[in-house]
Design a protein around this ligand. Structure first.
Ligand code: COA
Length: 338
């Protein structure tokens, strides 16, 4: 019998170190007023020394399992997917160690590299594994220490990004109309724009170029304006095609949970979709752009604030480096975020 993937658990974790716009303005030629007006960000969290992506992922994973009513033990889930741009090491993937630290047993565990779209890519892939009968339950985590990729002297990137982790549990259900079932997914990419937001060094391309390693090449470089324009059009097109597949009009959607990259990107997206701005889920003011952790962090905050309730028609939309993008539709389940 065909199985469908339903959301049953949600959790998040932020590192304790708060970095406000005023903190950044002390060392950078910027201001709280510029950052808040141009991006919507007021503060963000950065990992403390000694805290890596895997550490944040373990915390968020624990919470999502608890939210799903599952103990962290062998048999809890059969697959762990970790979406991240900032793995603990270039090799191996971070997911197996996270699975081991969570005590989940010898399960399939792999990283998903789709930058800020990573969580949506990972959810879609996990749901496909469930539908294909390869898995019964999957833990999907989006975790990032974007601060590890930043040149803290570059005001065009240092003010944008934050660290954090969010996680979800998907389970197989027989009923396609059950609450929480991922009703449709839409994924896409355009690699001709790979260098609009990227880290030049640290990979085989740098090694192929010669033996000299330039430390400056190991930080994120971004063409903000071009990324902004792509983010709006790609997410709008993805959501439009997704809605066509589900049979919803934009006005039928109760909550649009977009990647928290810039508040102006999200309001432009809403305008383009003719979607009411007040139905956007927003938490960028508190966390900044946390890349693959962005959507699960926004979902967890929205549940805690009572902004997402059972039965709501919800659309998730992400855009990131790659270029990559994706969207997912679901009817919100009864869920307690941890
Ligand atoms: N503080 C003060 N001034 C700044 C600044 C900062 N932190 N960063 C840039 N500026 C300046 C620029 O130097 C420029 O000055 P100039 O006009 O004298 O040349 C001016 O502000 C405007 O720069 P611009 O890059 O056009 O600003 P913007 O309105 O496009 O905002 C971003 C910049 C990065 C906030 C915006 O482009 C953005 O959010 N892009 C998408 C980023 C994103 O989504 N990244 C993640 C990819 S998944």
């Amino acid at each position: 019998m065909t199985q469908h993937a339903a959301l049953i658990g949600l959790g998040a974790h932020l590192p304790p170190r708060q970095v406000t716009n005023d903190d950044l303005s002390r060392t950078l030629d910027t201001s709280d007023e510029w950052i808040a007006t141009r991006t919507g960000i007021r503060t963000r969290r950065w990992a403390t020394p000694g805290q890596a992506t895997g550490d944040l992922a373990v915390e968020a994973g624990h919470r999502a399992l608890k939210s799903a009513g599952l103990a962290p033990e062998p048999g809890a889930v059969d697959v762990l997917v970790l979406a991240t741009t900032t793995p603990d090491h270039p090799c191996p993937a971070t997911a197996p160690r996270v699975a081991a630290r969570l005590g989940l047993g010898p399960i399939a565990a792999y990283d998903m590299g789709a930058a800020c779209s990573g969580f949506v890519y990972a959810l879609a892939t996990a749901a496909a594994q469930i539908s294909a009968g390869q898995a019964r339950r999957v833990l999907v985590i989006g975790a990032e220490t974007m601060s590890s990729l930043l040149d803290t002297g570059d005001r065009t990137t240092a003010v944008i990004f934050g660290d954090g982790a969010g996680a979800a549990v998907l389970t197989a259900v027989p009923d396609a109309a059950a609450p929480g079932v991922l009703l449709a997914t839409d994924l896409g990419s355009d690699g001709s724009g790979f260098d609009l937001a990227y880290v030049p060094g640290g990979g085989s391309r740098e090694a192929a170029a010669g033996p000299v390693r330039d430390p400056a090449a190991h930080t994120l470089t971004m063409q903000g304006e071009k990324v902004f324009a792509h983010a709006v059009t790609r997410m709008a097109d993805s959501v439009t095609s997704l809605l066509g597949r589900v049979g919803w009009a934009a006005g039928d959607v109760d909550r649009l949970v977009g990647h928290q990259a810039n508040i102006r990107i999200l309001t432009s997206l809403a305008r383009r979709l003719q979607f009411p701005v007040e139905r956007l889920v927003l938490n960028i003011d508190r966390v900044g752009n946390t890349s693959a952790a962005s959507i699960p962090l926004a979902l967890t905050d929205a549940v805690a604030a009572g902004e997402l309730t059972a039965g709501d028609r919800v659309v998730l939309a992400a855009f990131g480096g790659g270029l990559s993008w994706g969207s997912i539709a679901l009817t919100w389940p009864e869920i307690a975020a941890v």
